[in-house]
Design a protein around this ligand. Sequence first.
Ligand SMILES: NC(=O)c1ccc[n+]([C@@H]2O[C@H](COP(=O)([O-])OP(=O)(O)OC[C@H]3O[C@@H](n4cnc5c(N)ncnc54)[C@H](OP(=O)(O)O)[C@@H]3O)[C@@H](O)[C@H]2O)c1
Length: 290
Amino acid sequence: MSKPIILVTGTNGQLGWSLQNLSIEYSHQFEFLFVTREQLDLSKPTTVANFIQQHQPKIVINCAAYTAVDKAETEQETALNINAISVGEIAKACKAIDAILITISTDYVFDGNGTTPYKINHPTNPINYYGYSKWLGEKLALENNADTIIIRTSWVYCEHGNNFVKTMLRLMKERVEVNVVNDQIGCPTYAPDLAQAIMQIILLLPKNKHRGIYHFSNTGNISWFNFATTIRNITELNCLVNPIPSLAFPTPAKRPTYSVMDITAIKKDFEIEITDWQISLKKCLKNLEQ
Ligand SMILES: NC(=O)c1ccc[n+]([C@@H]2O[C@H](COP(=O)([O-])OP(=O)(O)OC[C@H]3O[C@@H](n4cnc5c(N)ncnc54)[C@H](OP(=O)(O)O)[C@@H]3O)[C@@H](O)[C@H]2O)c1
């Protein structure tokens, strides 16, 4: 009997790369089809249906996204096509072949005015275009295929790609001091931990009927400044980390002040154990050192 196909978009991104590494452990059970932008360009939504129809996956994990938060303010049409319209097309195409869609969203669907972790049903109110495009992607996915799981995540990093951890490591080696904002609170997510959670969900799917919106990050809540000082302390780099207010570091896109998400629903509905952010950060830094 042929193995069920799991089609993964965003292969060369942080989460796609993490899923590729993990897929080896599940290759006896599933056939993975890792898709790049060259094979399926989500800025062209009209091409999506054919591609999915042609490959007949049982599950689609959509890790592809337009993730340049500041550039999204000016490249709105591209961000909208990739993060929203194509996600709706993927959902439609999945429904047509009875496939389940797992698509990734963001803490940026919230406005950041909260003071306690956002529950999955907390009202959304994106404050930048990236957040708006991801919010619309959520809506179109759910409208077009009830068999959809949306996983909102935050502050993603890993050994691969561009992220805060790697930028900090580079700057801390080059400079005697770095300035980091201390008035935005959130929680980091180690992409391999999210990849593991996704595979755990997939293993439970045949029987587990939970669908809809979930939140996933590592546990904890910190500022970018706390994140940077912890990176410095673990690596013992000799660099001063200065706390600065967001006002001193203006960006084209506004950032939510508070974006910690409540992760109890995913833990409960899919029996997922979630690692403390410092443990995963140590693992990543150790791997980067080697
Ligand atoms: N990074 C974060 O801090 C963060 C925070 C919250 C939520 N998220 C969400 O988490 C998910 C995974 O993020 P990530 O950090 O793995 O992102 P990433 O590293 O930026 O990777 C994004 C991937 O999307 C692909 N992509 C971009 N435009 C595309 C297009 N037109 N057609 C097809 N593929 C395209 C990229 O392809 P190329 O490799 O060819 O460029 C890349 O492989 C995304 O949904 C993102 O919105 C991320």
